[in-house]
Ligand binder design. Structure first.
Ligand code: BES
Ligand code: ZN
Ligand code: ZN
Length: 502
């Protein structure tokens, strides 16, 4: 899709549809909208006065202009109360208006950006939120659908209409950044929405290799013989019940940046989690194709970071496996030995994420990283605790947790901290191995992180449990039912902020 920045006047714009953004608590029609109001015999003032349109967030109304002005229609879109406006409200309002425009069969979105009254018009962030909101809202996963071309509704171009010349530069930069971000989120969402049959560990590894065609990215894939040599019993154990062999994806961006900090992203890459011998119930088991959301977010983030040419050295580690029940599957009670030498009793084969992550987190140490962030759809317990509005955050370093929290607020991929106190470590003690892979019925998200913490002692580490945030049950302003792509925007923001705060 084309994203254009246009300096011009809404009054003269002959678009199919012009979108104006309004605040709920501003009752007077001002600026360019006043011109439209007059041309339409005060129709807009009347709508607001009679409360037929209240500019609450994500509410819209569309009016025909009957040839009285060059634009064919105008849409009024609510942003809520002016004092409460945030990047995410702009993202949401933009997304809502873009998808409504698309569903009307119109092929272009023209937003009158001055009407948002951006608090800081010279910074790119507000414009970027707008572009991101529009693009993310227009995502559709249609790989497996036959859609007749006459039913195909698609926005071909998005125009940010601005009246001041000075706004061109920041808005244009925002358009570029927003497109890179949205492209990466689309890539991640596509991978997650794809059925497990078409994204086996081998296919994911090939996808990562293709990504290495982007500037500055290298990819190495470790297969079963190499994993055996490295003693990665976690990845090997989880995958042994499946006919799909495991793969360990290693991506590096900017490997030659010797004076830069190294940040490692680790993503859970379970291409399907049936639960193994401790089989999950049938209801919603199909959603377990999304158990590689952490890995997909790592791939998407690295894609965006390379396109943005950020200066840091980034490593992405994605252990990939399929968790299946079979005659060769790992059994409850089996003991596995990790690359680090530690042993674990597999008390439940459905708690497999921590087993593959243990080897990857241990491997991360060899990069002497300044930070390691892992993302994993790790526990149902985290969904019980936090629902879908926040990812669970646990870690061993206050400064890194703070950075992740700041990036989460900015991108609205928010995180909420859970305690990783010593007391909880008690729950994963095993009678016959160093540790066991479940910690009983209480505090499951925490005990899962306790397990991971045994492999992350040598560097600053944050774990993000994205079980509740990676998948949407219903459509939202800029998130559709299905994969959210959570983590991509957060990781990119974290890296963008890295030197600013160090
Ligand atoms: N992949 C699941 C966690 C999950 C649940 C992700 C719901 C997304 C939505 C994970 O491997 C799992 O099965 N965890 C178990 C752990 C339990 C056996 C200790 C869980 O949370 O039930
Ligand atoms: Zn599981
Ligand atoms: Zn899982």
């Amino acid at each position: 899709m084309n994203v254009n920045i246009k300096i011009g006047f809404a009054e003269k714009e002959s678009a199919e549809l012009l979108v104006f953004y309004l605040y709920e608590d501003v009752k007077t029609v001002e600026g360019a909208l006043a011109f439209f109001d007059k041309a339409l015999n005060n129709a807009i003032t009347e709508l607001i006065k009679k409360k037929e349109f209240i500019a609450k967030l994500n509410k819209t109304i569309t009016l025909p202009t009957y040839g009285k002005i060059p634009a064919k229609r105008i849409m009024l879109a609510g942003l809520g109360k002016k004092k409460d406006v945030t990047f995410d409200k702009v993202r949401q309002a933009a997304g809502t208006t873009a998808s409504i425009t698309r569903d009307m069969g119109i092929r272009e979105v023209t937003g009158v950006i001055d009407s948002i009254e951006i608090p800081n018009p010279s910074s790119i962030e507000w414009y970027q939120a707008y572009v991101e909101g529009c693009l993310l809202a227009l995502y559709k996963f249609q790989r497996y659908k036959n859609v007749p071309s006459e039913e195909q509704k698609e926005i071909k171009s998005l125009t940010l209409l601005l009246s001041k010349k000075e706004s061109f530069k920041p808005a244009n930069e925002a358009a570029k950044q927003g497109q890179i971000i949205a492209d990466a989120v689309y890539f991640t969402r596509d991978l997650i929405n794809t059925p497990a049959q078409d994204k086996t560990p081998a296919i994911l590894a090939d996808t990562a290799k293709k990504l290495a065609k982007e500037p500055g990215i290298q990819c190495k894939v470790l297969s079963k013989p190499e994993l055996k040599k490295l003693g990665m019993g976690g990845i090997l154990g989880v995958s042994q019940g499946s006919i799909e062999p495991p793969k360990f994806i290693i991506l590096e961006y900017n490997a030659r940046a010797k004076n830069q900090d190294t940040i490692v992203f680790v993503g859970k890459g379970l291409t399907f989690d049936s639960g193994g011998i401790c089989l999950k119930q049938a209801k919603d088991m199909d959603q377990m194709k999304s158990d590689m959301s952490g890995g997909a977010a790592v791939l998407g983030a690295i894609k965006a970071i390379s396109r943005m040419k950020l200066p840091q050295h980034i490593v992405g580690l994605i252990p990939c496996a399929e968790n299946m029940p079979s005659g060769s599957a790992i059994k409850p009670g089996d003991i596995i030995k990790f690359r680090s030498g530690k042993t674990a009793e597999v008390a439940n084969t459905d708690a497999e994420g921590r087993l593959i992550l243990a080897d990857a987190l241990d491997y991360a140490e060899k990069y002497r990283p300044s930070a390691v962030i892992d993302l994993a759809t790790l526990t149902g317990s985290c969904v019980v605790a936090l629902g879908t509005a926040a990812s669970g955050m646990l870690g061993n370093n206050e400064e890194l947790k703070k950075r992740v929290k700041i990036a989460g607020e900015k991108t609205w991929e928010r995180v909420w901290e859970l305690p990783l106190w010593e007391e909880y470590q008690e729950q994963i003690k095993s009678d016959i191995a160093d540790i066991k892979n479940i910690g009983g019925p209480h505090a499951g998200a925490i005990t899962a992180a306790c397990f991971l913490s045994k492999f992350t002692e040598k560097y600053p580490w944050v774990h993000l449990d994205i079980a509740g945030t990676s998948w949407c049950e219903k459509n939202n302003a800029y998130l559709q039912k299905g994969a959210s792509g959570v983590g991509v925007r957060l990781l990119v923001q974290l890296v963008q902020n890295w030197s600013r705060f160090s």
